[in-house]
Write a protein that binds this ligand. Structure first.
Ligand SMILES: [Zn+2]
Length: 248
């Protein structure tokens, strides 16, 4: 890792710069929830706030993690880096990563969903920048956890079976995530469950179903960890580009 500046310090500096700028427009601003409110309520300040985001470096901070640990995002590089004496360390890193395969990235998907909803209501340049940022963070998280999973699947497949985070559809944990990243899916699943009087039904239509993980969730449904689907809904979703893998 680069010694010149610590990533948390850089993050704090960038955040302070943005807050200071928005506070110069509205002295009431204390945090980023307030910044979101100002962006929404004052379209006349939008371009200036978007500029402040750009100049602060806030939108590029994710690049530091990538350049510090490129192998975490690239299976071929990881194979090169994992020489025999580092095997145990790499294994421990990958196990720790797949234990939080879904929950580790939920905050990015939640923010993405939040800014996309805000953008639909009142389009802003500043919000567009944040949507790009969170799309990048969701995609990078997905690449990182997938790289770890694939490396383990090749070298220590038993670790994947034992440690890959499982979030079973229709459990309270599943709803707590889905309600934040894909609220319509949560609402439809609740309707199916209540009309069939069972949680063991298809999240979409209420028919008898099996559990799947979405292998390309970062593109298809950011943040959604799993689905309970009937055979027909699997076919429909596959046609629309979702890659579904059966969970055991
Ligand atoms: Zn169905």
């Amino acid at each position: 890792m680069s010694k010149r500046s610590n990533p948390l310090q850089l993050m704090r500096e960038a955040q302070n710069e943005i807050l200071a700028f928005v506070r110069s427009l509205d002295p009431e601003v204390e945090n980023f929830t307030d910044v979101d409110r100002v962006v929404r309520d004052h379209p006349e300040w939008d371009a200036a706030i978007a500029d402040a985001y750009r100049k602060s470096g806030y939108l590029d901070l994710w690049g530091h993690e990538l350049s510090a640990h490129p192998y975490r995002y690239d299976l071929a590089l990881m194979e090169e880096v994992a020489e025999p004496r580092l095997l145990a360390d790499m294994r421990a890193y990958c196990v720790g990563t797949i234990r939080e395969y879904y929950s580790g990235g939920v905050r990015f998907s939640v923010n993405l969903a939040h800014y996309e909803a805000s953008q639909q209501e009142s389009p802003r340049e500043a919000v567009g920048l944040l949507i790009d940022l969170y799309q990048t963070l969701v995609r990078d998280h997905d690449r990182r956890v997938e790289t770890a999973r694939q490396w383990l699947a090749k070298h220590f497949p038993e670790d994947v079976d034992q440690h890959l985070e499982r979030i079973v559809p229709h459990t309270p944990l599943w709803f707590s995530i889905v309600d934040r990243v894909e609220p319509r899916l949560g609402a439809i699943a609740r309707m199916s469950i209540s009309s069939e009087q069972s949680v063991e039904v298809c999240s979409s239509c209420g028919d008898p179903a099996n559990d799947y993980r979405i292998a390309n969730a970062a593109e298809a449904m950011p943040g959604v960890p799993s689905l309970r689907l009937c055979d027909d809904c699997v076919v429909i979703r596959t046609v629309f580009g979702e890659i579904l893998e059966a969970m055991d």
